[in-house]
Design a protein around this ligand. Sequence first.
Ligand code: ADP
Length: 485
Amino acid sequence: MLQKTSHYMRQANLIGGEWVQADSGATINVTNPATTLLIGTVPKSGQSETRRAIEAAEAAFHGWKKTSAFERSKLLRKLHDSIMDNQDALAELLTMEQGKSLAEAKGEVGLSAAYVLWFAEEARRTYGDVVPSPWVDRRILVTKEPVGVVAAVTPWNFPSAMLSRKIAPALAAGCTAVIKPASQTPYSGLAWGALCEEAGFPKGVVNIVTGSAAEIGDELCSNPLVRKLTFTGSTEVGKILMAKCAGTVKKVSMELGGNAPFIVFDDADLDRAVEGAMIAKYRNSGQTCVCANRFFVQAGIYAAFVEKLAVASEKLKVGPGLEAGTQQGPLIDENAVKKVEQFVRDATSKGAKVVSGGKRHPLGGTFFQPTVIAAATPDMMFMKEEIFGPVAPVFKFDTEEEAVRLANETEFGLAAYFYSSNLGRAVRVMEGLKYGMVAVNEGLMTTVEAPFGGVKESGLGREGGHQGIEDYLDTKYVCLGGLGI
Ligand code: ADP
């Protein structure tokens, strides 16, 4: 292992500026999904460690909230530079624990740094208002203040970037944080502790605990010192956390599951649509919440689309993420593979046809073949559920109304994609899709400048854009009276 990588690979929790083990000494094993070999261990912390982390964050908040926006911005810029200076080491660590190709891991680390820089800039622009007063002797001020201690719970699919768009706006706003990374990929989360220390953030501003999700989650949700919970993960767990946060009426931001439609109309540029489909489907081996889950292709272009997508899918180089040239790594674990197999079995039993892939990859372990499935129908599992794997089911449709109706027939509403060269149709469909994000003639749209987030059961709140810092701020109305004017 590279020396730099090991420097950022922390096998301890960060509480109040100290790197510590769990009170019980218990640990969790972390394995490399490409080899199934043990990488190392991290503390299995629980309620008491989490409570101490919250108290440390609360103690640090009193000083941190008084720093100037300019000062916080400077520290965030240092953090950005430190991430970029160590991009290779951080990417290697990410690939080791998560499985994605090194190229994608580098991209993710770059995106993390970009969020930090964006919020370093936004820190200085959290304007309030001075409102015209109906009273001559009073003034109306509306100010913005940091909410306080923020709890952040993140998933394993983007263990660095998902944290970045929570930590960066929280710190920019003047909040302190207690972070719980996913147990499968804790090292990219713990690395943020080392990076924040190096950048010079005061002790206790950033705290990180790993361990029992339920125990840590319960304390984060019930402790009154925590004023906001920001979560990225499944809708199922998101609902549990929202319900638990109700007890202390915390602000919540939820980036939950998706069931993205990818619609291709007869008038689309076919090659461009296939190129976009490859990115929207196979990025991170299909394990992103904005991955295309259901392809709806108009009858006139259906056969050609399926064929081209199958050809392109077969060309994808599957392998260990650290190996040069790899485009698709393994799935996160055996359960993920079993789930994908279940989707394929369900579809074929209902009349679908596997056009390419469809099975575990000859590499073994949790590698799975990029898969294209034709003749998909709405009674199949992937109409309702998130696949989270490299399987592309292609449905056929006839009319625009039918496509929009099918696309919206889900409780999710995160990302949607469609391809058309007809401007009127583009506007109609864009307005008809009940989604938080819509990409027209593009297969990848995430960028720090734009608000990422969903509607319906895909979540609440937005990450990125100027909206991304709002959730970390409280609004205060001040009525300034008795002015004697
Ligand atoms: P995924 O399917 O992507 O793993 P999860 O929603 O299961 O999504 O997990 C996302 C994050 O939520 C992880 O950090 C996980 O450990 C955490 N988590 C899972 N269950 C709970 C829970 N009951 N309380 C708090 N956090 C939880």
